[in-house]
Structure formats: structure tokens, C-alpha cells
Ligand binder design. Sequence first.
Ligand code: NAP
Ligand code: HSE
Length: 428
Amino acid sequence: MTQPLRLGIAGLGTVGTGVVKIIRQQAALLTKRTGRSIQISAVSARSRAKDRGVSLSDYGWEDDPVALATRDDVDVFVELMGGAEGSAKAATEAALAAGKDVVTANKAMLAMHGQALAELAESKNANIRYEAAVAGGIPIIKALTEGLAANEISRVMGVMNGTCNYILTRMEATGQGYNVLFDECAKLGYLEADPNLDVGGIDAAHKLALLSSIAFGTKVDFAGIEIEGIQRVTLDDITHAADMGYRIKLLGVAQKTGRGLEQRMMPCLVPAQSPLGVLEGGTNMVVVEGHAVEQVVLRGPGAGEGPTASAVMGDICDIARGLRLPVFGQPAATLEAAPVAQSVLPAPYYLRMALTDKPGALAKVASALGDAGISIDRMRQREHDGDVATVIIVTHKTARPALDEAMTSMDSTGVVQENPVAIRIEAL
Ligand code: NAP
Ligand code: HSE
């Protein structure tokens, strides 16, 4: 019989314990499907004493993840600690340098060091697999690198952070405040060790950077992404957007333009009844557009123990079966550095502003937009609060720099009370 595949698992938190449970509970199924027994040789975490709700007594223990990564009885190093630097990176490098395959869920590490790690892996004929790093349980890395390999990809977009989608949709559904919902995300195991990465849009941008690299054959370029988190999205905006037939999503888009690769991760309005608009809770969705396939939409749970462990196990099964692929879908040395394009593609925008309720105020705003070449599609005035009225405008398509110019001239009219809120509208 083929030799067992022997794992060293570093990190026994939400994802790591989920992986241990699947290996223990599905041993027969995994062997049947891969033709090999999948075994854990040893594990590592910070605290050996912590009760993790799963028995670890059959496995060796290493305090140091680097020692685990280089053990003779470890064929595959499974990195589930997290963090772009530190132990995760050191142990991953040690495993690759020793010619061992690595499976990881660590988008932060790959977004920052993906190119160097891919080069190291390929120089050692080792593999890095990272399905769990993007969109939790959705097999999007596999879809892009394998099923869609023959397509020239024009656009990749999606909702890729379960925490943000949970908070935004539950705010609308329940009217509950941000802090209550944030605590629920912690209980569900969605949050990063530093939750600012989630709500700041950075975690989702890490994921987008990885998808862009595979889709466009470019070096991972996290620094080239325009990022804005959900911290400034208010319940008022969610309600006004709903009144106009939209929902607010933290949406990532990577698209080739005539001026380079545009990558953005920011709150956007999407039509409420569109596939993206109806996504609830921790669900993620990734949309890929290719010249031959046209459009593929993948939807599924984006975070949490089971879905993420499922994705990790998919990678482990592929390694057990002997499947070997370049890390980003083509040899790392052939990935190109794409010129960065920002705010090139025009879009309609939602504008919320507080206007002084006096004759001519609206005309001044309309003329600031008109002077910048921006046409108004729809407008609503909300109830007054004293002598201030909230006005919502939906523009026709415009470039962001023109909108910024219009907002600057509005500021000098003296009728706009606070900085207007501008949110891009994306259609699927
Ligand atoms: P977690 O619950 O915080 O678990 C992290 C684990 O790593 C803990 O067991 C911790 O040990 C261990 N650890 C941390 N630093 C260590 C070190 N220096 N040496 C040894 N062990 C160390 O995190 P998680 O949610 O499972 O996430 C793990 C990875 O999966 C991260 O890269 C994350 O971005 C990614 N991910 C998570 C999800 C999700 O839904 N949670 C989804 C997709 C991807 P102790 O338990 O002893 O403290
Ligand atoms: N913190 C991440 C999220 C985990 O909320 O989507 C999945 O990558």
C-alpha cells in the first residue's frame, strides 16, 4: 500500500482543531478518496495545556513550529497559526527549504511574501497550497488555477470577508449596533487575531491580491490595492441605500484596464436583488469573468471552523493524490509586475449630504456636480433635522477624480454641513 501522508500541524485554534477533527472523524473516507492514509505526526501551539475539545494524545508535540516543520516524520507542514511575519513565516520557510509541501490558510503571509515563498517552493520542488486563505469554504483557488485555466480573465470580484458581511447584513436586519455584532463574529470564530484587519478591509484585500495574481499572471501586489474598511458605514447609509434598492457590501474588484491592473476593496452599493445583494451573514461570493466561460459565480461560507477546515483538507487530499501545481497557477518566475491603475474605471455613486435647508442650496450642489461633468440619475430629500436636510443623490457613471472635484467645490458653497459620504455603485 502507498505510504501514509504524514502531517505536522502548527496552530490549534478555530481552523487547526477543525482540521484535526476531520482527520480523526473521516479517516476511512479520506483513505478511500486519496488512496493513502492521512496521519498527524505532531502538532504545535502556544499552550500545550489548553483543552481544545479534541484529543491530541496520539500526536507528538513541538513548542517550536520551526522544529515541527523540519521533523523527519513530517511530509506536509500545515501552517494554521496566522500572521504575516514571525513564526508562521519562519516555519513555512523552514519547511520549504527542507523540500516539504506546505498547506496554509494564511492570506496575510502570502499577500506580503507570496512571490518569495513561491520562488523558494519552486526551487525546492515543493508546493504551497492555500485554498483556505481565500473565501473560506469556497474552492476558488482550485477553480481559478485548474477549472478556468484556459480563460483570459477580465474581472474577479466578490465579497470575501465573512465578518464584514455579517456585520453589514445583521445591522440592516436587526438594527443592532456594530459592537454587538462584532462580538457575535468573535463567537462564530470569524475574526482575525487582529480584527482591525477584518473591519479595515485589509483581510479581504489580502485575499483579492492572491486572486489577482492567479487570474492575471501577475506578482502578488497588495500595496497596489485601494482599501477602505466598513468602519465609516452607518446604519443611516444602510437604510438609505435599502430605500433606493441597494445593499452595502465590502466588495473587492480586480480588473484589467488600459492603464494597468485596478484592484480595490471598499464598501460599495450593489442592487439589493442581485446575487451579491442577497448574500447574508458570513457568506462569501466570488465572481470570475473569462473570455470563454463568460461568468462563473461561487458562493459559500466564508469563515468559521468547518468551512475553513474543509478547504485545508481539500489541499491535503490533493497532495496525498500527488497533484502538483505552480503556487500562483504558473511558474513564479513568469509572473509579471502589473502597472497599478487606481480610480480609472467610472461608476455611478451614491452621495449622502447634509444640506442647509434654505433656497438655492440644492441648486448649488447640482451645479457643483454639473460643473464637474457629473449627471444626476436620482435624488431624494429625507426628513429635516432642524434647518438641515439629508439629501441622497445617485449619479450617473463618473470617474472618481471628477466626483472628488465636485465635492471640493460643494464644500466652498457653504450649504453642505458635513463632508458628504460617497459610495461607489457596482453592478454584477
Ligand atoms: P486562532 O483561533 O487564533 O488560532 C491560532 C492558533 O495558532 C492557536 O492555536 C495558537 O496557539 C497558535 N499559535 C499562534 N502563534 C503561535 C506560535 N508562535 N507558535 C505556535 N502556535 C502559535 O486562529 P484561526 O482563526 O484558527 O486562524 C488561523 C489561520 O487561518 C490564520 O492565518 C487565519 O487568517 C486563517 N483563516 C481563518 C479563518 C477563520 O474563519 N477563523 C478562515 C480562513 C483563514 P494557542 O491556541 O495555544 O494560543
Ligand atoms: N476573518 C476572516 C473573515 C476569516 O471574517 O472572513 C476568513 O478568512
